[in-house]
Design a protein around this ligand. Structure first.
Ligand code: FES
Length: 95
């Protein structure tokens, strides 16, 4: 995203997901399902997943795939990533 496109707007980065020392439910779901391997892709994937879960608490597999379409994981952890996003959505909906 070009910097000019977000001028004057609030921007949350992956570092802003955590609540102090506590992990965000998305981060915890990725850990629980071992959805990350090298971690190279995870910043973008976590933020795209957060944007999805902000509008769809219970995304289908297709919803997750569409939301993460621009994010590539060279480690091939795609299936676990999809399941981790759905697990986080379930946990977030429970509060
Ligand atoms: S976990 Fe390595 S690129 Fe995705």
């Amino acid at each position: 995203v070009p910097l000019a496109a977000v001028a004057g707007k609030d921007v949350t980065t992956v570092e802003g997901l955590a609540d102090g020392d506590g992990r965000h439910l998305l981060q915890q779901a990725f850990i629980d399902l071992q959805a990350g391997q090298c971690g190279y892709c995870l910043s973008g994937i976590l933020m795209a997943a957060k944007a999805l879960l902000d509008v769809e608490a219970h995304p289908s597999r297709g919803d997750v795939l569409a939301a993460l379409d621009g994010n590539l994981c060279r480690c091939g952890a795609h299936d676990r990533i999809v399941r981790a996003v759905q697990l986080a959505g379930e946990r977030m909906a429970r509060g």
